[in-house]
Design a protein around this ligand. Structure first.
Ligand code: CP
Ligand code: NVA
Length: 309
């Protein structure tokens, strides 16, 4: 049984297999309607339970479509509707029940330990649908999008992140090690990646550079990524944090430092870290990026269910 919790714990060859499968599946279902299953319905009769402790639009809907297109179905829960969410049941008991009723479990949570605890007690695979330390399904899908648009392996590209050192960046850092691409990070000193993340990077001796000047980070970039300065349930002083990020706001001018055909990606939802004319401009591929979540998550589900081609 394979879980999908953190990119750094998944072998590179498995991550690459997921991307290859997603590419083939996306191509093969071009003529199908959105709810029509892929040929052979590989997850026919299977049920994915998804539980959200935080808001979600894309992850929720894309997992619904993903399992549906594989021939299965989903049940979506809010934790506060369960005994677990109200403190009336242990994770161990809930995990046993989920393993009895479902075939896979996707969890979005504010607490990484909860994912570990569920993993211990589940007999079905668990997928991390965003936690404080990681957003692995998003970032694997983003690698797919970059390669789809650039028509090159990501290892041949220069990737830039301008923004907060958050869960999405942590997964992008892990991806940089797994897929061996150059990653330049532009962030304020006070909001740089944690020492734990930096230690992991230096142990893995990879191509990751941190700048406190967005122009330096964007130099020669093929892709510029960003994300909200204030993440869901971020407990900081929001006004103060936003002040630190003022000179990191993505404006059209930043693309003068990047490569000519540099693209802009953002996982959404967005805040004021990016100007409207960049977000909706010609370099931006954010809608294609969002749609690709469906395609890549299908192959993640197949990986977890032991059915990857
Ligand atoms: N990008 C992303 O995960 O969006 P949601 O929060 O809407 O799921
Ligand atoms: N970093 C953001 C990502 C949202 C998809 C958050 O955690 O809220």
């Amino acid at each position: 049984m394979k879980h999908f919790i953190n990119l750094k714990d998944i072998p590179s060859k498995d991550l690459r297999k997921i991307i290859v499968d997603a590419k083939q599946r996306k191509k093969q279902r071009k003529k199908l309607n959105i709810l029509e299953p892929d040929k052979g319905s590989p997850l026919k009769g299977k049920m994915l339970v998804q539980m959200f402790e935080k808001a979600s639009s894309r992850t929720r809907i894309s997992f619904y479509l993903a399992i549906k297109q594989l021939g299965g179905g989903t049940l979506t829960l809010r934790s506060n509707e369960l005994h677990l969410g109200q403190g009336g049941e242990t994770i161990a008991d809930t995990a046993k029940i989920l393993s009895t009723y479902g075939d896979g479990f996707m969890l979005r949570t504010d607490d990484d330990k909860k994912i570990d605890d569920f993993q211990k007690h589940l007999t079905i695979p668990i997928i991390n649908g965003l936690s404080p330390s990681s957003h692995p399904t998003q970032v694997l899908s983003d690698i797919f999008t970059v390669e789809e648009i650039k028509k090159k392996p990501i290892s041949k590209l220069k990737i830039c992140w301008i923004g907060d050192s958050n869960n999405v960046l942590d997964s992008l850092i892990a991806a940089s090690v797994k897929f061996s691409f150059r990653l330049s990070i532009g962030c304020p000193k006070k909001f740089a990646p944690s020492n734990k993340v930096k230690d992991w990077v230096s142990k893995n001796k990879k191509k990751i550079f941190i700048y406190h000047d967005p122009k330096k980070a964007a130099l020669d970039a093929d892709v510029i990524f960003s994300d909200k300065v204030i993440s869901l349930n971020d407990k900081v002083n929001k006004k103060r944090k936003k002040r630190h990020f003022q000179k990191f706001k993505i404006k059209k001018e930043i693309f003068n430092y990047a490569k000519k055909n540099c693209i802009f990606l953002h996982c959404l939802p967005r805040g004021d870290e990016v100007e409207e004319d960049v977000f909706l401009g010609k370099n931006s591929h954010v809608w294609q990026q969002a749609l690709n979540r469906v395609h890549v998550q299908k192959s993640i589900l197949l990986y977890c269910f032991g059915k990857l081609r």
